[in-house]
Design a protein around this ligand. Structure first.
Ligand code: MN
Ligand code: MN
Length: 352
């Protein structure tokens, strides 16, 4: 294998080349450090390339005190990392080397209070501020969906109102549960109330399952969200979904929030609130590939609960979602303005 020979050189003229994955010709993929994608730790990168040299920081947030049904997403970061060992350096679907032209590093896990939601949210918000202070982007691995709120607070300070692209079976715009305002079912209502969201640009993808009533949908629209249903993938197709996303998001700063329960339980059983009739992992991956060229300012993958996973189905899907997000960020940094590969050909209108 000659990975180093085929990967393109670093973009900057003076910067040393990004430090990539463990050399798997020397140490096999099932061995070695438990970082995401066998990538270097942030302290290793900063020691070698200097402070401010990391383009994308991967942060684990092992927190699940906000869940309303099955608990266990606190073990999500370690599980997704363990399932990320097969991520090889070249993305053939989009013709991108996600670790060759940008520096990606694993920051390990954030220590958050498992008994105090308010304190946990404050800790996450401060960590997001600190880790992004040098201009790096964050890819967060949860953890339950509560963590979206502090991330959005941090991002809105720098970027203004955020367009949330939310992949989920659920709206997550409910008000309270047992009187609690901060749970994994409420982050986007709180974010909208706090003025963090661009009300013309947010959307949910993959919505399905029973609600409490029609009012849930009416409230959701007022809070700024457009809905693409899980069934739209079957009845309207992937090209329709991608066009709808790109039209809605426009040139706004986009936060990509992936709740792994957007996938059908057949593709992601390891999650806290599973709903039948979901998206396939292939549909989800191609949707993310369709985001190339959009102004993505951060992303998260949440709600992986390994105790309910089987044969790493959920972990592998979540790891690949992270890989596709990193591939989009690498393509964007290289100046791409539109999707490449099969997704792009699907977007070209067919001749009548
Ligand atoms: Mn969900
Ligand atoms: Mn969610």
């Amino acid at each position: 294998m000659t990975h180093a020979d085929t990967a393109p050189a670093a973009a900057g003229s003076n910067a040393s080349a990004p430090i990539g994955q463990q050399d798997c010709t020397q140490v096999p993929r099932f061995a070695g450090p438990p970082t995401f994608g066998l990538l270097p730790r942030i302290d290793q990168v900063e020691a070698e390339r200097g402070p401010g040299s990391v383009d994308v920081k991967i942060l684990g947030v092992p927190y699940d005190a906000g869940v309303s049904y099955r608990s266990g997403a606190r073990f999500g970061p370690a599980h997704v990392r363990a399932s990320s060992r097969l991520l090889r350096p070249y993305n053939q679907a989009t013709d991108v080397f996600p670790f060759a032209t940008q520096q990606v590093a694993d920051c390990g896990d954030l220590g958050v209070n498992p008994f105090n939601i308010d304190e946990a949210i404050a800790t996450i918000e401060k960590a997001a501020d600190d880790l992004r202070a040098d201009g790096a982007k964050l890819l967060t691995i949860g953890g339950d969906h509560t963590i979206a709120l502090p991330m959005l607070r941090s991002l809105a300070r720098d970027h203004g109102k955020i367009a949330v692209l939310h992949f989920d079976a659920h709206l997550d715009t409910w008000d309270t549960y047992f009187g609690a305002p901060y749970t994994h079912g409420t982050p986007f209502r709180r974010a909208s109330e706090e003025g963090l969201l661009d009300l013309e640009r947010c959307m949910h993808i993959g919505i399905r399952g029973p609600l409490y009533g029609k009012q849930d949908l009416e409230d959701d629209a007022v809070l700024g969200f457009q809905i693409v249903r899980s069934d739209d993938y079957q009845f309207k197709g992937i090209a329709h979904v991608i066009e709808k996303m790109r039209t809605r998001l426009g040139d706004a700063p986009v936060y990509v929030s992936v709740d792994i329960d957007v996938l059908d339980p057949a593709h992601a059983p390891g999650t806290g609130t599973p709903e039948a009739g979901g998206v396939t992992s292939r549909e989800l991956l191609n949707s993310i590939r369709g985001l190339t060229g959009l102004n993505i300012v951060g992303a998260e993958i949440v709600e992986v609960a390994p105790a309910y996973d089987h044969a790493e189905l959920t972990g592998l899907a979540a790891a690949q979602v992270g890989y596709e997000i990193l591939s989009v960020l690498a393509a964007n940094q290289a100046g791409a303005t539109a999707p490449a590969g099969p997704v792009a050909s699907d977007l070209i209108p067919k001749a009548e």
